[in-house]
Ligand binder design. Structure first.
Ligand SMILES: *[C@@H]1O[C@H](CO)[C@@H](O)[C@H](O)[C@H]1NC(C)=O
Ligand SMILES: *[C@@H]1O[C@H](CO)[C@@H](O)[C@H](O)[C@H]1NC(C)=O
Ligand SMILES: *[C@@H]1O[C@H](CO)[C@@H](O)[C@H](O)[C@H]1NC(C)=O
Ligand SMILES: *[C@@H]1O[C@H](CO)[C@@H](O)[C@H](O)[C@H]1NC(C)=O
Ligand SMILES: *[C@@H]1O[C@H](CO)[C@@H](O)[C@H](O)[C@H]1NC(C)=O
Ligand SMILES: *[C@@H]1O[C@H](CO)[C@@H](O)[C@H](O)[C@H]1NC(C)=O
Length: 431
């Protein structure tokens, strides 16, 4: 029974192939490309591979282990590209199929390849320098076991718009040459072991919309030149190793919807000027050595859903005129020096509020934060200097934990989360 079952499991029939060619015509994938696809599959560690050049479909790929339900295999062909009548492979997705091999240098032999997605495998080695001569526009090797330096030759693939190297073991410095990738819209390097500073050359990436470099071992300041990334909508700098202060020039990034910075060393400084970021949805400035007050405009942002400024030295009060139309769902102010009353306006249906470890006024049973039968989740543990503020039913299970290393180091040991068990037993966890 068992051998049969595993034999069945190890055969994957591709069902999600995307065909752009006319079946039944004489057009088909050029035979060289069919052969090269087989070499590629072998290099990547598939033990069996069957690709149909007539239909541009992967018919079988065999690996040795069981697969997650969300695996994805796909080859895309385009029959109107190139100077001949054949169809050509333009994209390959081999995702979540536990491939144990290496990235295929043979990719260069597919003259029209544009996109590769090899996420969630066990691929090792580095990025083949041969890829420098391709016209790729998208590379994802998210969560693998790739190591070594990021090859400077990557900077030669100026057609690239998307690079995702997150969740690998790349080390060494970020090569200057990446600054040549002027078409780049996303550069995602989080959860590696990169060192050194952000090279100045990156300031030339003026089309960048998404930059993520969390969980690395970088050094030096968060550079001023991030202001050049005017198209940026997402900036994620959790536990990068980079130092504060957060540069004032960040104020120019008015397209940001998602700004997350945490765990920076460096001098105490005031809340950065974010008034131009009118579309912010998620703002995380956690453990950034911020002092002074939270500017009033932050509470008035129409689109903001998550506000996490915990573990700073912020003072002042929460305004009592937060709009009822506010989209706020998570407000984490834990570990500051905030004071005053907790206004009713922050307590809305379904909102999660963590006010623990502050200097708020003691909340008696008659005050909004402590009313019974409420439909929000509020943590008041040690939120005031007066003893007895613990709201037992909600707070007793609050814990702060270190995150274990999840799948192959995607999360770093420095990242922490807080877990709160609310009155109704719901577990609230946030990073
Ligand atoms: C196929 O390639 C041609 C030529 O580059 C391009 O114009 C067309 O959009 C491509 N087709 C698809 C579906 O990507
Ligand atoms: C067609 O394209 C191939 C590969 O890109 C190239 O080697 C060949 O010289 C081209 N042929 C013509 C007639 O342009
Ligand atoms: C990369 O581009 C530079 C010029 O910008 C060139 O000298 C070098 O040979 C190229 N490297 C590769 C591997 O193509
Ligand atoms: C981080 O980099 C420093 C040098 O800047 C090095 O001494 C240290 O060992 C590195 N830490 C890790 C975890 O790689
Ligand atoms: C925060 O700022 C203070 C004062 O500038 C400084 O003494 C302290 O070391 C800083 N904290 C960190 C974690 O850098
Ligand atoms: C806490 O608030 C009280 C009055 O509300 C104030 O006297 C005290 O200085 C505050 N403590 C800190 C550490 O800010």
């Amino acid at each position: 029974m068992l051998p049969l079952k595993s034999a069945v499991l190890s055969w994957i029939l591709a069902v999600n192939c995307f065909m752009l060619m006319n079946l039944g015509d004489s057009t088909r994938v050029a035979q060289e490309e069919v052969d090269i696809m087989e070499q590629i599959a072998t290099t990547m560690g598939a033990t069996h591979w069957k690709f149909n050049g007539e239909s541009c479909q992967i018919e079988a790929v065999r690996v040795t282990t069981d697969l997650p339900s969300w695996f994805e295999t796909d080859v895309v062909c385009n029959c109107s590209i190139g100077n001949d009548t054949a169809c050509h492979i333009v994209a390959i997705t081999l995702k979540g199929i536990n491939l144990p091999g290496v990235l295929p240098p043979e990719l260069v032999k597919l003259p029209y390849i544009q996109k590769v997605d090899f996420a969630y495998n066990y691929l090792s080695g580095s990025i083949p320098t041969e890829w420098a001569s391709t016209q790729l526009n998208s590379i994802s090797v998210l969560v693998n076991r790739l190591s070594g330096v990021i090859p400077k030759e990557l900077g030669n693939i100026t057609s690239l718009t998307y690079i995702n190297l997150e969740g690998n073991r790349f080390s060494g410095i970020i090569p200057d040459e990446l600054g040549k990738l002027i078409n780049l819209k996303a550069l995602i390097l989080s959860s590696n072991q990169l060192e050194g500073g952000l090279p100045v050359s990156l300031s030339g990436l003026v089309n960048l919309a998404d930059f993520r470099i969390s969980d690395n071992n970088l050094s030096g300041p968060i550079p001023d030149f991030i202001e050049k990334w005017k198209q940026l909508t997402k900036l994620e700098l959790h536990a990068t190793g980079l130092e504060g202060p957060i540069p004032l020039s960040i104020s120019l990034l008015n397209m940001l919807t998602d700004l997350r910075i945490s765990d920076i060393k460096g001098p105490m400084h005031e809340f950065p000027p974010l008034i131009s970021m009118t579309d912010l949805e998620r703002l995380v400035l956690r453990n950034c050595n911020l002092s002074g007050v939270i500017p009033g405009y932050i509470w008035k942002l129409k689109t903001i859903q998550t506000l996490d400024v915990s573990f700073n030295k912020l003072i002042g009060t929460i305004p009592d005129d937060i709009s009822a139309r506010s989209m706020l769902k998570f407000v984490f102010l834990s570990g500051n020096l905030l004071s005053g009353d907790i206004p009713a306006s922050i307590l809305k249906n379904g909102i999660n509020v963590d006010l623990s470890y502050n200097n708020f006024t003691w909340q008696g049973p008659e005050q909004p934060a402590c009313r019974q039968n409420t439909n929000y989740y509020i943590n008041l543990y040690k939120s005031s200097a007066v003893a007895g503020t613990l709201k037992q039913s909600e707070m007793q299970n609050k814990e702060r934990r270190r995150v274990g290393v999840r799948r192959r180091g995607l999360w770093d040991k420095f990242m922490t989360y807080t877990q709160i068990k609310s009155g109704d037993g719901r577990i609230i966890r946030f990073y």
